[in-house]
Design a protein around this ligand. Structure first.
Ligand code: IPM
Ligand code: MN
Length: 342
């Protein structure tokens, strides 16, 4: 079956890495048709909305969305989160899946060869928590100003993301929260966790407070399998885990609704305005996000081929400078594409 992919390069680094991902996907054997949409800063600078309604409708209809990044320092208003978070919220993409796998020993910043072998996945709740925008500012602009940002945690939201985390686990699921300090939200996560974990007696169930989790991730990332956590903690920890396996340039992600099958696939790195436009950004995060996309669409084989080609390119040192190589973005993309037949 041919799948329709909405391609949204977006801004900055996204515009450089997404074409590389498309190039590799075309060589992957997966049956895909691509349709590209302009979203982002250039539109705003022309006085248009960053994401017109018609484009949003098209993204809703697509079988999957391949997304680059959003954000540009030339635009002062905070339109970036609006575009990405709107798609996450309105398509109800409640599971943000962020794997961190050490593909080559030399990419780890950690000394201990046993403990540094990370192969873990963060499942971040993606539609509520501190990201809903609920709250407000009272006595704005005065010395008495109060800013309230609500942390929204629902029975449904917490339940479904913990359940999804279990579907990905091979050994165990580790719940990460801050229930020792955030009593209300923490209690709901704890209760849902205690109700769901016993339904999976073959898998381990662990709990860590987020501060301890940050420490344990650096001490011994090899101990983790699947971590499930709320929106903000997942955002923070997934930058940390990216750095454990080579940095932001290599980290892929999937924003999924496992029930409807909808998905948006994006590198974790963002628009990287300080690097964008120089041909130096790493395309591997986008390429691996493409692999997650085709796996989600049912082509596990194509996904494996892409991942193996990425590993081979890394081992050969045919990578961008953030991973110790000398290649440009396009050359690094070619290095993967050339290996697709292997
Ligand atoms: C991410 C990003 C976004 C987030 C920003 C751009 C709103 O940091 O995908 O991790 O916080 O979710
Ligand atoms: Mn982030």
């Amino acid at each position: 079956m041919t799948h329709r992919i909405a391609v949204v390069p977006g801004d900055g680094a996204g515009r450089e890495v997404v074409p590389e991902a498309v190039k590799v996907l075309r060589a992957s054997g997966a049956q895909l048709v691509f349709e590209e949409f302009e979203v982002g800063a250039e539109r705003v600078l022309r006085g248009d909305p960053a994401m017109p309604e018609s484009v949003f409708q098209e993204l809703q209809k697509a079988d999957a969305i391949l997304f680059g990044a959003i954000g540009d320092p030339r635009v002062s208003e905070p339109y970036a989160a609006g575009v990405l978070l709107r798609v996450r919220f309105e398509l109800d993409l409640y599971a943000n899946v962020r794997p961190a796998k050490l593909y080559d020993e030399r990419l780890s910043p950690l000394r201990d060869p046993e403990r540094r072998r990370a192969d873990l996945t963060i499942v971040r709740e993606n539609t509520e928590g501190l990201y809903t925008g609920l709250g407000g500012r009272f006595k704005k602009g005065t010395p008495e100003e109060i800013a309230v940002q609500e942390d929204v945690n629902t029975h449904l939201g917490v339940t479904r993301v913990i359940e999804y985390a279990y579907t990905l686990a091979k050994r165990e699921v580790c719940l990460v929260d801050k229930s020792n300090a955030l009593a209300h939200a923490g209690a709901l996560w704890q209760e849902r966790w205690k109700a769901i974990a016993p339904q999976h007696p073959d898998l381990g169930a662990r709990h860590l407070y987020v501060d301890a989790a940050a420490m344990e991730l650096v001490r011994d990332p090899s101990q983790f399998d699947v971590i499930v956590t709320g929106n903000l903690f997942g955002d923070i920890l997934s930058d940390l885990t990216a750095q454990l396996v080579g940095g932001m340039g290599i980290a892929p992600s999937a924003n999924l609704n496992p029930k409807t099958g909808k998905g948006l696939f994006e590198p974790v790195h963002g628009s990287a305005p300080n690097l964008a436009g120089q041909g130096v950004v790493n395309p591997l995060g986008a390429i691996l996000s493409g692999a997650m996309m085709v796996e989600h669409l049912g082509s596990a084989e194509a996904a494996k081929r892409i991942e193996s080609a990425v590993v081979a390119a890394i081992k050969a040192g045919e990578v961008t400078r953030d991973l110790g190589g000398t290649l440009s973005t396009a050359e690094a993309g070619d290095a993967v594409r050339r290996r697709m037949g292997d």
